[in-house]
Every structure is written in C-alpha cells, then in structure tokens.
Ligand binder design. Structure first.
Ligand code: NAP
Ligand code: MG
Length: 400
C-alpha cells in the first residue's frame, strides 16, 4: 500500500547531472512508496528558452497556489551556455525569479553525520544561515572621486524638501558608495526568519554593527526587535530564544558554539558566512536550502549547482559518483512539510525514515566519492551515483 499525499507538490525539474539524479530519486525512492500528485514544471534550460522563461514564472505561481515545491538545480546561462545550448538570450537565474515572486528568504542548512568531522571542533548541530537577499552592497551605486571636491548624500522628499549630509570633503581622489534598503524588505526578512525559527524550533540570532552604523544597521536591529515583540507569545510557547549581537561578537561566539541555531544575516554577511559555514561542514553535496516566503510558502532544493563536470563525464560514458544526499533531502523536506500542512503523520514519517536511512548509511561508511576523505574512519571504497541511490532504496524498503 502506497502512502497517500493529499495535496499536490510542485516539482521543478532542472539541468545536467542533477537532472539525472533527480529522475533516479523519483523512480527509486519516491514513486514506489507515495501516492502523490506532482505538478511538473520543466525548468531545464532548453525548455525555459522555448517558453521565453514563462515556465519559471508559472512554477513560482504554482508554489504560491499549492504552498510547497521541490526544485532541481538549474543552469543560470552565461555567454558560454548560450552557445552550448543555442539559447535566445541569457535568461535570468531561476532562483532569482522564484525569490522575487515569492518574496522569500533562503535558509541553508547542512546535513550532519556523526562520522564527518566539521572543521570547527565545537560544531555538533547544523548551523543554519538565513540571508537577507535584497539591497545593501548588491543594489548600491558607487563612484570614483577624481580629485578634490565635496561628496554629499541628498534626499529629496516627494514634496521637494531636501536633506543633505556631507559624506566627505575630498582633498584628493578617492571613492564613495551609496547603499539602501527598505523597511518592507527588512520586515519581510525578519518575519521569514521568525517563522522558520519557530518551524524548526531553533534559537534565532541576528547580528549587525549598530554601534558604528547608528542609523543603517540600527534600523535592521529595530525592525527585528519590533517583529520579535509581535511574535513574543509564539516564541515563548515554542521555547525559541532570540539573541541580538554585534556581528564581530556573533562570529566569535559561533566558533565556540555547538550549533543548532538559525543565524539571520544581512546580505553581505550572508554571502560571506554561508560559504564559510558550508566549507566548515564539509561537502556541497551535504548542504540543503529552502526558500520561505513571509506567508508560509516553501521551496526546497540542494544548495549546489548542476555538477557540470560530472555530467560531462557521464556523457562520455564514464562512471560518476555524484552525491545525491542534498537532492534527496530537498524531496524529503518538501514531503515532510506537505505532510505537516495536510495533517498526515504517515507522510511525515516517510520523510523521517528516508532521512535517517541516509545518515545511517553514511555513518556505516557507505558514501559517494566526495565524502571519502571527510569520513572517519576512511571507507575502503565508494559508491557510484546510481549505486548510492540503490543502497538508499534498499534500506528504505526494509525500514518503512
Ligand atoms: P556545482 O554544481 O555546485 O559544482 C561545483 C563542484 O562542486 C563540482 O564540480 C564538484 O566537485 C562539487 N560538487 C557540487 N555538488 C556536488 C555533489 N552533489 N556531489 C559531488 N560533488 C559535488 O557548480 P558548477 O558545476 O560550477 O556549476 C554548474 C551550473 O550550476 C552552473 O551553470 C550554475 O549556473 C548552476 N548553479 C545552479 C544553482 C541552483 O540551481 N541553485 C546553484 C549554483 C550553481 P568536483 O568537480 O571536484 O567533483
Ligand atoms: Mg558567496
């Protein structure tokens, strides 16, 4: 008897090696056990090109409608890809389009196995990073000051009143930059972080440099504090604690901490520290990612790309050993969330059993090549792409 999933899940297919892995996961792990309706959107780069990228917009709207989606990694085309796939143009990053339509925040979380030692000895639990994905450095204007002169910041209100601040009186050449953010975007971000911390029952950290940036960074701190105050009863009931810290303090604390927190970061901090945390935990193949909108829509995916190098090997007929764990966890993330929203404990259990089976296998030393040098004691060999998924499938059928 297959387990019935009441509401459809939106499926976003993708490119290259991850597209091949995706198909295997569906055939070997999902469809044999779940009676599930998948609303399918092909975000493979050729189909995005054929539809003038309309398929990405349709997929985002479907996630808005149904609430839960799962996405395979996709190519963001550059000039080389336009030539390789004979595309009409360099279509925008599908993840950017999804984020904009869902007004979402991306949370990245590593998958932990006991025999994979993280680079930071104290880290025992996942460190999740929530990155604000709007404004600051990424929407800034900057200018090379050619020589002596005065640089000012000017705001003109709708009515025409002017506010002027001197940035610097230059005696010679130099540089200036103007950055902005909006209350609405910061508030959405704070809400999404609070919702995710509540969902995962994790301590929530937010850090900035408000001692120095008494207006800009302080605005982030204040909006967070306001949203935290609004959610006070829920946070208390869930036992979720909020900590505001100075950014340098947060970085120092993190290195001594056992993990298990959600660290909400400003855009630049998130860019830098999410790569630091990912490297600290080992392999890109073990990092998951979820896009959460402030109104509670969820899109799950692996944090890595389409693993192009492996795909080219595969096309040449060579064996591959691509880690499918983050892609499988994307599926189980979506399935678990669907089960929770539908009130279907057997669906939630399926996701839990599949996740645990994978971690157990890794802890027994059954791994793909990327993990061989990270696992202690070092395994004597490794599985192929399909071989690993077969081992997972075998374990799943036994334990369900
Ligand atoms: P990538 O797919 O992240 O892979 C980079 C390298 O990391 C691989 O060559 C491989 O190292 C290792 N790696 C990543 N995931 C792995 C896994 N699951 N198992 C084993 N090793 C893994 O980046 P890329 O190959 O440079 O980028 C390919 C395409 O992905 C680009 O077109 C880019 O636009 C796209 N991309 C998409 C997303 C997304 O959809 N979210 C995110 C990032 C990039 P070795 O070669 O050493 O084995
Ligand atoms: Mg980065």
């Amino acid at each position: 008897m297959k387990i019935k999933v009441k509401t459809p899940i939106v499926e976003l297919d993708g490119d290259e090696m991850t597209r091949i892995v995706w198909q295997m996961i569906k055939e070997k792990l999902i469809l044999p056990h779940l009676d599930i309706q998948l609303e399918y959107y092909d975000l493979g780069v050729k189909h995005r090109d054929d539809t003038d990228d309309q398929v990405t917009v349709d997929a985002a709207n479907a996630i808005k409608k149904w609430g839960v989606g799962v996405k395979c990694a996709t190519i963001t085309p550059d000039q080389d890809r336009i030539a390789e796939y004979n595309l009409k143009k360099a279509w925008p990053s599908p993840n950017g389009t999804l984020r904009a339509i869902l007004d979402g925040t991306v949370f990245r979380k590593p998958i932990i196995a006991r025999n994979i030692q993280s680079a930071v000895r104290s880290w025992k639990k996942p460190v999740t990073i929530g990155r604000h994905a709007y404004g600051d450095l990424y929407k800034s204007v900057d200018f090379v000051v050619p020589g002596p002169g005065k640089a000012e910041l000017v705001y003109t209100s709708e009515k025409g009143d002017e506010t002027r601040l001197t940035v610097h009186d230059f005696k010679g050449g130099g540089i200036i930059m103007g950055m902005h953010n909006t209350d609405a975007s910061i508030r959405s971000f704070a809400k999404a972080c609070i919702a995710y911390a509540l969902d995962q029952k994790m301590e929530l950290w937010f850090a900035a440099k408000d001692t120095i940036s008494k207006k800009y960074h302080a605005r982030f701190k204040d909006i967070f504090a306001e949203e935290i105050a609004k959610a006070d009863a829920q946070l208390k009931a869930a036992g979720v604690n909020y900590r505001y810290m100075l950014i340098d303090d947060a970085v120092a604390q993190l290195m001594k901490h056992e993990g298990g927190m959600l660290w909400a970061t400003t855009n630049y901090d998130g860019d830098v520290f999410s790569d630091m945390v990912a490297a600290g935990f080992g392999s890109l193949g073990m990092m998951t990612s979820v896009l959460v909108s402030p109104d509670g829509k969820y899109e799950y995916e692996a944090a890595h790309g389409t693993v192009k190098r492996h795909y080219y090997e595969h096309l040449k007929g060579n064996p591959t050993s691509t880690n499918s764990v983050a892609s499988i966890f994307a599926w189980t993330g979506a399935i678990r969330k669907r089960g929770e929203l539908d009130g279907s404990p057997d669906v939630v259990r399926f996701a839990d059993v599949l996740d645990k089976g994978i971690v157990d296998l890794i802890e027994e030393g059954v791994v793909t090549k990327d993990l061989v040098n990270l696992v202690q004691p070092k395994p004597s060999g490794y599985e192929s792409t399909a071989g690993f998924i077969d081992r997972v499938a075998e374990r799943l059928s036994k334990t369900l």
